[in-house]
Structures are given as structure tokens and as C-alpha cells.
Ligand binder design. Sequence first.
Ligand SMILES: [Zn+2]
Length: 138
Amino acid sequence: MAEFKLPKPLLAPSEDSKPFWDGCQRQELLLQKCDDCGFHRFPPSVLCPRCMSMNHQWVKVSGKARIFSWQVTHQPFYPAWDTPYNVAIVELEEGPRIHSNIIGCNNDDIYIDMPVEVVFEKVEDQEWLLPKFKPSAK
Ligand SMILES: [Zn+2]
């Protein structure tokens, strides 16, 4: 008997986050940058959290980051994900922190302040590319 496996949840971009996800599909990491104070922000929002301005541009950022924190999940909190898997908070060179996964190394090799860079990985059985992070080339 074949094992039933739930599909992974589909992305559902909002009006505010659509430019971010569209950028990912082009393998570009985009952030909102405030026109008035220059602050890069994530997650996407209507107002700048620093100066409350509504004026902003979507800008391509370097994708370079350092691991701020991470954990490895061993319990299957949602059956679509195979365990163990890691969840990391990476701090982008431009400042914002993003939740993602670290790929291209063993979970045991992940450490705080590890330099990483963005890569875009296709979601199994879907068309979406998601931003993941891998150890930076030395
Ligand atoms: Zn601002």
C-alpha cells in the first residue's frame, strides 16, 4: 500500500508581499527600502517602521547574511515535512532578519554567525522558488 503524504502548503502572496515572491521566482532577493530614511525592511509592510513613510522602492539585495539563530526540528509538527530539518533566522547584510532553511551542509555544521548566502530552491511538486541559504564560499 502506498504511503499517503500531505502536499506542502502553497504560497499565498499578499498584495504587499507579491513583489518579494515575484523576485524569488527570478532568483532575486528583494527588500523594500524606504525612500525617506533608507531603511531596508522585512517582512513587507505599507509603512516604514523607522519613520512611518509610505514611500519605498523594491531593491535587489546581496543575499549575503549571517546566521542569527537556528534550531533543528525532530518532531513532525506538520506531516508534509520530513524530519529532521533546520529552521534558521538569518540576518541579511542590509539588516533585516529572515526565517529560512540552511541547505548544503549538515545540521551539525551550522553555527551562530556562520556566513551564508541566498540560493533559490524549488518546492517539491510546486513551481515556487523559495529563498534558502547555504554556507558562503570561502
Ligand atoms: Zn523610513
